[in-house]
Write a new protein. Structure first.
Length: 291
């Protein structure tokens, strides 16, 4: 079995979602994947322990696949294509949404790993059209499409991969670089213009880049982690997510994100998830642990 251990801030929902994303990727790529969190009493600084079949570092393998694979967007109707030029495949009943949005279609990463074809799905949480909580995390009709945001994240990961591959593999959730719009799943990776007084993205003039540094690997893998798992809804402006100590297979880890599992030590965190600007993306404003 190959093992990896990466730092994670348990009070950052995006980083916790991303840990599940790495677990999902390791299961698809390597098989036999299990993951759990290791923490000291009361501390938010922790580590995510990930293991999978074979000898490949599961974190490195996941990052490499995400960079090399092709993103394909699925539409249930021939008249709806990805809004901003992403490769689109029409597939009946691919989305349960009654009104599929060109900016928010479900997607899959298609590529090869160790000589075999592999697919890793993402985008289900914003396109499934059900009442499962998390569909309000982003509204690309009011901004950059899912395709643009995901490619922005991959561009940032690629830059870090080129500049600091070893560091990125060792600490993928914390390494930052400047990017365009991402998914706002990492509360430390964007600026709130209402509180800041202005948006850094509006200040890029004269070749000076004043964008807030974001953590693209955290954002991309958080999206993958939410493909088959959800935090639990508290009300219209709050949700809860959980972490667990035991090494769990992906099926149990998905359940463990939204509820306290009875057979392992757990911790739960409440997040205020507020629509700061009407009709726009919600922002993860405040996180506190539930005791």
């Amino acid at each position: 079995m190959a093992e990896a251990s990466i730092p994670v801030d348990l009070s950052n929902p995006g980083q916790v979602f991303a840990c599940l994303g790495f677990l999902e990727a390791a299961e698809v790529l390597l098989g036999g994947a299990e993951g759990g969190f290791e923490w000291e009493d009361g501390a938010s600084a922790a580590r995510f322990l990930l293991q999978a079949t074979g000898l490949r570092d599961p974190v490195e393998a996941a990052i490499e696949f995400v960079l090399d694979a092709n993103a394909v967007w699925f539409s249930p109707r021939p008249d709806v294509h990805e809004r901003d030029g992403g490769a689109t495949v029409v597939q009946n009943s691919v989305s349960s949404s009654r009104e599929p949005k060109a900016a928010d279609l479900p997607a899959v990463l298609r590529g090869a790993f160790e000589g075999r074809p592999v697919e890793l799905s993402f985008g289900g949480y914003w396109s499934d059209g059900t009442n499962r909580f998390a569909t309000t995390f982003k509204k690309s009709t009011n901004g950059a499409s899912s395709h643009v945001r995901f490619e922005n994240a991959r561009g940032g990961i690629r830059k870090l991969w080129t500049q600091a591959r070893v560091a990125l593999t060792a600490d993928p959730l914390s390494l930052a670089t400047s990017t365009e719009s991402l998914f706002r799943l990492d509360p430390g990776g964007y600026s709130d213009p209402i509180n800041a007084g202005t948006s850094p993205d509006t200040l890029r003039k004269g070749g000076i880049d004043t964008r807030v540094a974001s953590r693209p690997a955290c954002e991309a893998f958080a999206v993958i982690g939410l493909e088959s798992a959800r935090p639990s809804r508290i009300d219209n402006e709050a949700f809860r997510y959980c972490v667990w100590r035991a090494a769990l297979p992906v099926t149990l880890a998905r359940a463990g994100l939204g509820t306290r599992l009875p057979f392992t030590e757990t911790r739960a965190f409440k997040v205020d998830h507020v629509e700061v600007k009407k009709g726009g993306d919600r922002k993860l404003l405040y996180v506190h642990e539930e005791l």
